[in-house]
Design a protein around this ligand. Structure first.
Ligand SMILES: Nc1ncnc2c1ncn2[C@@H]1O[C@H](COP(=O)(O)OP(=O)(O)O)[C@@H](O)[C@H]1O
Ligand SMILES: [Mg+2]
Length: 211
């Protein structure tokens, strides 16, 4: 398989970028793909997750982690994609020209939108920038509140912005928060079946969207 680069981006902090990056990485590893993670967020949450994971699971040569400046992400990812099936770039919560290289290089930009109007407002910026860089986008509703008016409004609003909206919504589930702190992913938790199943379906969608 030719390597693919996924950039996870969203201006709003706390929308689930790092959660999606970590869970996608482990879900793709579980499908036999090799994965390189690049953290361009100076906060370093993904690095903390990775170190927790090393402590718990030991080394996995097919799951690599590195850090990079935002503007250096295209160089790093193009280097890594020669060795890994998938490169996943996690980004800081800001949208500026530094983000452009990470969008330009992406086969798919995954944009999490947590279920709030504020998150929806924050989405326009990243969609504009991705459009300018001609990067395909998949918007993923995170911490979704099914069967609520707010949930429906935000999902509709995201669809109205003209980007592809993933059919799979990610629920607001404690398993995501717990596993992130443990260096794990929801697919590794046998007691978190709803999260596992929805994330598996989302992974299918992501892998269809990058083709
Ligand atoms: N679907 C979810 N359900 C429950 N908690 C979530 C979910 N997505 C993210 N979180 C939690 O919200 C916080 C922010 O998520 P994070 O992925 O770090 O966001 P970002 O990287 O966009 O700033 C974390 O504590 C994370 O565990
Ligand atoms: Mg983050």
């Amino acid at each position: 398989m030719a390597g693919r680069i996924i950039t996870v981006a969203q201006q709003k902090g706390g929308s689930g970028k790092t959660t999606l990056a970590a869970n996608l990485a482990v879900a793709m590893r579980a499908r036999g793909l090799s994965v390189a993670l690049i953290d361009t967020d100076p906060q370093g949450s993904l690095g903390r997750w990775y170190i927790e994971r090393l402590g718990r699971k030991g080394e996995d040569e097919e799951l690599e982690f590195s850090t990079s400046s935002a503007w250096g992400a295209s160089y790093e990812s193009e280097k890594l994609v020669k060795r890994f099936d998938v490169v996943i770039i996690d980004t800081p919560p800001k949208i500026d020209s530094d983000l452009r290289p990470a969008l330009r290089v992406a086969d798919l930009v995954v944009v999490p939108v947590a279920s709030s109007q504020v998150d929806l407002w924050a989405t326009e910026g990243v969609l504009d920038l991705a459009r300018r860089e001609k990067a395909p986008v998949l918007v993923v509703m995170n911490r979704a509140r099914p069967n609520t008016r707010l949930g429906a409004e935000v999902a509709q609003g995201a669809a109205d912005l003209g980007a592809t909206l993933a059919d799979t919504q990610i629920g607001n589930r404690v398993a995501y928060a717990e596993t992130l702190g443990q260096g794990l992913a929801v697919c590794e938790r046998s007691d978190a079946r709803p999260a596992r199943e929805e994330f598996d379906t989302l992974t299918d969608e992501v892998m269809r969207a990058w083709n």
